[in-house]
Design a protein around this ligand. Sequence first.
Ligand SMILES: Cc1ncc(COP(=O)(O)O)c(C=O)c1O
Length: 399
Amino acid sequence: MKYDFDLVCDRSGTDCVKWDVQAVFGRRDIIPMWVADMDFPVAVPIVEALKKRAEHRFFGYTRPGKSVFESVTERMQRKFNWKIEPEWVVFTPGVIPALNVAVRAFTHPGDEVILQSPVYHPFYPAVTSSGCQIAINQLKLINGRYEMDYEDLRQKFLPKQGLRPGPNRIKAVMLCNPHNPVGRVWNKDELTLLGEIAIRGESAVISDEIHCELLFKGYKHTPFASISTEFEQNCVVCMSPSKTFNLPGLSIASIIIPNKKLREAFIAAGTGILSHPTIFGQTALEAAYRFGDEWLEQVLYYLQRNLEYAIEYFEKRIPRIKVVKPEGTYLIWLDCRDLNMDAMALRTFMREKARVGMDDGFIFGPGGGGFERMNIGCPRAILREALERIEAAMNSLPA
Ligand SMILES: Cc1ncc(COP(=O)(O)O)c(C=O)c1O
């Protein structure tokens, strides 16, 4: 069937966080281009599966059955040629809780965890709420493309390897792949370099791969663990259908932990904290993974067109703002440094003048200042209006 992603749907009055702009931005006339939630209705097979489950009329305690596990193992094999065993999969109510539990499982208070900033902001409290400290390995923007700073990463591990005096406390590296907000889909060589440094530094890799199926033309996702058996045994991979199939309100994620010891540590750290996924979450996950590909193919085609539209619009009509071209996700990272505004001035400009609600770059940590993150997962008419508003606001600035 053909889905119509041009259709603008009214999400107001549905307790939808994205469109509750009064609560988030303090005014009603804002176009929300912030949180990673797309303004597209989900695939019909998912809705059908949820309806069927609801009609059963029993919603007792549930745990995912064999078929739910198999839908994950089959998808990893089919999409990424990654063979995983069902017992490696731990279902959680989301990736954020899993990140928090993973940090708790692999560290002690006072240890350090490496984050590659600017990065998805909930990574920071996942470290600090476990009593750990953040060690920043900032990404480098080189010719419009972000790269990892391996030299800095190696330096950080030197005390641990006895090659330099200093505290020896790094226990984990948190990887975001594809990377939110900078849009990189890290390739196998890049991941290999990172993984080798982490192994030499005896640190686990916590790999958040929630955006792994949202790829622009020409890019391929490599699950971190699929690179080698050694990597597989030293990591946690966080997967979920929630970004790909637009299901974040259904609270489900599949956390893949091949190493038995790490898996047991993760489960122990989550006991009493992580609840089972909900009936509707697991129903939607299975329907999405088994029957969602027709929708996904069409949504990716639409997002590609949205991306091309936005890039061309900025280049032709708002050239002072540069788009850092994403390889994956539906988030674009806008380099607004040429406007010479400090963090608060840029925020005020976008919210008050342009009336477009984006995520300010500084919330993603070091290296994020002067950028804005724009969600283009919406009908083109909404995207066009947001761009027109930014253009009008820019035209009102002194030359
Ligand atoms: C990189 C990344 N991880 C995790 C999440 C949220 O995951 P969940 O809703 O499953 O907790 C998001 C949402 O935007 C994200 O971008």
